[in-house]
Write a protein of this length. Structure first.
Length: 294
């Protein structure tokens, strides 16, 4: 077996990773979370991906996904015929050392809730369960475009695409919505305004920015993420209206009929919001943490 550390993935490597994921999903009746949009846009000069080969055959993969300086998410898989051979241990060891080198103090392993082998590995590794997220989906019925709810904010609330002038607006929304430090929130905001493969909308009520939501359309599905509303505007129906207006807009502009998102299982208010807009939970991912020593 040969372990290869990568700073960016080739088209062939992406195809091999997808083929391995399809095999593992079918074998285990799960849906692995591998953040495909990030895999195809890895930054140059940063080691984020680890591939294990037996000869020319890819038998294992692990990816690092870092959204803030204090933690990194980890997700990966091993070919069903090559489990219990230490493949994922080698991948995880290599990724852990890379995170240590980068000064990242916490690893968050993503494990599909029905993955028996994944949970066994994390238990042996000493990982601690942290939280779960539901993967949700909503399909627009044929010939029935989504409807914007009739609420008291309907006339005053507007959606617009972000511009380069919105960095500070997005920074504050990220800070409040995702409990980020100012520095991490600003880095994320700066990436947002330069990303050409996703649409981020700012929601304004009476001309004041109160929330945001991002959408990436891929293979006929629109994935919604980065959704947040300023603290003082929560519980007033604004979130539901922002979501519904976005769905209507994406449907109108591209005919997309399948919408997907993730929501924390311990956030009943958000779960209720999405269910009220027609989303239903398909499966869940469990998140486990490992704190690294200095």
């Amino acid at each position: 077996m040969k372990l290869i550390e990568k700073q960016g993935l080739s088209e062939q490597e992406l195809r091999d990773i997808r083929a391995l994921a399809d095999l593992c999903n079918a074998e285990d009746s799960i849906t692995l979370k591998l953040n495909w949009e990030m895999l195809s846009e890895r930054p140059a000069g940063v080691t984020n991906d680890f591939l294990m080969y037996e000869g020319e055959k890819l038998i294992g993969f692990l990816g690092i996904y870092s959204f803030r300086s204090t933690e990194a998410e980890i997700s990966g898989m091993v070919h069903p015929q090559h489990r219990r051979k230490g493949v994922f241990t080698q991948l995880a060891d290599a990724a852990t050392e890379e995170c240590r080198r980068r000064g990242i103090p916490k690893l968050i392993f993503i494990c599909q809730e029905r993955s028996v082998s994944g949970k066994a590995f994390l238990q042996a590794r000493g990982a601690v369960y942290s939280f779960s997220e539901h993967w949700m989906e909503m399909r627009v019925p044929d010939g029935q475009p989504p409807q914007v709810p009739d609420t008291r904010q309907a006339e005053a609330l507007e959606l617009r695409l972000v511009t380069a002038d919105d960095v500070e607006v997005l920074t504050e929304l990220n800070r409040q919505g995702f409990d980020m430090s100012y520095e991490d929130a600003k880095v994320f905001a700066e990436k947002t305004v330069t990303d050409g493969k996703e649409n981020t909308y700012v929601a304004e009520l009476g001309g004041k920015p109160i929330g945001k939501l991002a959408v990436r359309v891929d293979e006929g599905a629109a994935f919604i993420f980065g959704f947040c509303v300023l603290t003082e505007y929560r519980g007033r129906g604004c979130g539901r209206e922002i979501l519904a207006r976005t769905i209507e807009r994406i449907y109108r502009e591209g005919g997309t009929v399948r919408f997907e998102l993730e929501v924390a299982a311990d956030n009943p208010r958000a779960l209720g919001l999405y269910e009220s807009c027609g989303f239903r939970a398909l499966n869940a991912n469990d998140y486990y943490t490992i704190e690294l020593d200095g």
